[in-house]
Each structure stands twice: as C-alpha cells, then as structure tokens.
Design a binder for this molecule. Structure first.
Ligand code: C5P
Length: 343
C-alpha cells in the first residue's frame, strides 16, 4: 500500500552568509519558516530491490541526483530494511525556487518510508541522515519557526508563532544555490577590498561580525517575545512587548516583530542585480501593503507577509495581472505542519 504525505515548503526570514569554511560550505544564520504550499509524495515498498522515482514533471530528476533517491539509499540500511522503493512525486512547488522543495520532498519520503515499513528511526538518526543529503533538509524534521545555524543543517525550534497570511511569487527563473554562494564570495571579497558594486555601495563589515550581529538581533527578538509572554501571563491579554509592533493586531505581531528588527537576506545583494525583475516583484509586494517582503533562500521565490488574508489575496492577483505567478497562502505553525503531513 502506498503512503501519501504532504511535502511543505519553507521561506527564510532573514539569511546571513558568513565566511567560507574549509569544508566548502559557508557559515550561515537564518530563520526558516514552514508555509502551507506543498508537493505530494507517495511511497511504496514492494518485493525486489532498487529505488524508482516517478513524476510527470520532466524537471524532476529520476536518478541518484534526486534528494529522495539519496535519502532512501541512506535510510534503508539504517532501518535494516529491504525491498524495492517506489517514490512518486506530484510536483507543485517550483524547482530551484528557494522554497526548499527538493529538500522537503526528501524528508517527506523518509517519513513515508518509515510508515510504509512500520519502523522508526531515532530522531537524532533522522537528523543525521537528512543533513547528509543537504543543508536544507533537517528543518523539515522540526517544522514551524526554526533557527538554522552551521551551514543551515543545525536546526533548533523557535517559539511556535501564529500563522500569518503571505504571498509567494514564483517567477520562472531557476537559480543555482552554489552559484549564488560563489557570486556572494566575489562580492564580499570585492567589498572587503573596498570595491563597491552598484548594489553594494556600503562596505560590508567582516563576515564574522555580520554573523554575530544576526545573533544579537535574534536574541533581542526572543527576549522581547518572552517578556511579552510574561506580561501576557500577568495581565491575561496579549501584548507584543516590542515597541515596533504597537497598535497592530495580535496574531501578526511576533513574526512581524522579527522581520522588522532589520533582518535581511544577503542573497538579494547578488541575485537582484542579475535579475532586476525580482527586485520589482518585491516592490510590488511592498506597494500592495506587505509588512515585509524578501527573496527566499537564493530565490527566485519572493514572499510578502501581510496583515490580513484579504490583503494577501489582492496582492497575489496584482502580481498575476503582471504575469508573475503568485499565490496567497499562510505560514504553517509547527503543530499545523505535523498535523497535516499525513492524510
Ligand atoms: O547542502 P546543499 O546540498 O544544499 O549545498 C549545495 C551546495 O551549496 C554546497 O555544496 C555548497 O557549495 C553550497 N552551500 C554553501 N554554504 C551553505 C550551504 C550550501 O556554500 N551553507
């Protein structure tokens, strides 16, 4: 019997790129947030051996290069299981879109495989296998709002924030993440030498300072959240505790407080000059009332966070009128994420 799972996407609420490490990865700081957009994955285990990937989408690789293939390769021996694993991918998310589509597919495959085999790996073993396949996989073993450090693979759950309406624009541009990192190195190297490009007028502080700065912003936000929680506990009503959010609705405040503390996605500095149409999509979202809009990961997806579902729906249709694919959806809390993975 095939096991069916939803494979939800993520966005990055801020992403700071640190120094290039000896292992070839960049030190990274980011906050991941799962969203309600998803692919659908079916997994079945039959007699025989081998791994087969099926998808009607020609852009989905059917060989070893597919993250689903690789995770099954690692998981089968760890689960001490044998059989032929057939994975069917119903692709709805963009490929190379910055929404973690392929990474989410692999984690969804692992969860479905465990269920199909009626076996479970210990949580730390799942995380190890996931991080071996890619930096963006482990976050999907946590869900909700997540801190990502190391090269993005070391993940910690942050306080589970209320769902917030958002728009995801998916321009038809595929961006290679390794290439975007290489472009960043060229820019950061250049700016250290005080060569300013059109998009980086300011000289960037050293990578290690920029990494600690992200930590300070995040600690300040978390401090504000817990203060507001204790005020709420005392008074019995919600209050953000962070000055920037005064006067706004309750559900939206914690997440918007975070993005308004000044976090940004470093990839914008290398991706926007190459694809100015993406900067324009961000502007359209801002003009349509987004409290915050940003590139997700290395793109090309751009998201906007909105105060109401109505405003998000209007912004998405405005983008579609400009021939940019866009949908209104919402962020997904950790609880919603785990409740909705299995049918
Ligand atoms: O881990 P993942 O397979 O997604 O990484 C793909 C490539 O992206 C890496 O081989 C590396 O070149 C680059 N990368 C990086 N720094 C990170 C994550 C990825 O340089 N933090």
């Amino acid at each position: 019997m095939a096991i069916t799972v939803r494979s939800f996407a993520k966005i990055n609420l801020g992403l700071r790129i640190g120094p290039l490490r000896p292992d070839g990865f960049h030190e990274l700081r980011t906050v991941y947030q799962t969203i309600a957009l998803h692919d659908i994955i079916h997994v079945q285990v039959g007699r025989g051996s081998g791994i087969e990937i099926r998808s009607e989408d020609p852009r989905v690789p059917k060989d070893k290069s597919n993250t689903c293939y690789r995770i099954v390769q690692l998981a089968m021996p760890a689960l001490q299981a044998r059989g032929r694993v057939i994975i069917e991918i119903e692709k709805r998310l963009p490929v190379q879109g910055g929404l973690g589509g392929a990474s989410a597919n692999a984690v969804a495959t692992l969860l479905a495989l465990e269920r199909a085999l009626k076996k479970t790996l210990p949580a730390h073993e799942r995380l190890r296998i996931a991080s071996e396949v890619g930096s963006d996989l482990p976050l999907f073993l946590i869900g909700g709002t997540i801190l990502g450090i190391g090269h993005g693979e070391e993940v910690y759950p942050l306080p589970d924030l209320p769902a917030i309406p958002c728009v995801i624009a998916t321009p038809d541009i595929g961006i290679s993440t390794p290439k975007a990192f290489a472009d960043w190195d060229a820019l950061a190297g250049g700016s250290r030498a005080h060569i300013s490009s059109a998009d980086s007028k300011l000289t960037l502080p050293p990578a290690s300072d920029r990494i600690s700065e992200f930590g300070h912003v995040l600690s300040a936000w978390l401090g504000g959240l817990s203060q507001s929680q204790s005020k709420q506990d005392k008074s019995g009503r919600a209050s953000s505790g962070v000055p920037v959010s005064k006067g706004r609705g309750r559900a939206e405040t914690p997440l918007l407080d975070l993005v308004r503390t000044g976090i940004e996605n470093d990839f914008e500095r290398v991706v926007f000059p190459k694809y100015p149409e993406l900067r324009e999509v961000k502007r359209v979202l801002e003009r349509a009332g987004a409290a915050y809009a940003s590139l997700s990961g290395s793109g090309s997806a751009i998201y906007g966070l909105f105060a109401s579902r109505d405003a998000a729906v209007k912004a998405a249709s405005r983008l579609r009128a400009d021939v940019t694919p866009a949908v209104a959806t919402a962020t997904l809390t950790r609880r919603q994420y785990w409740n909705q993975i299995f049918d």
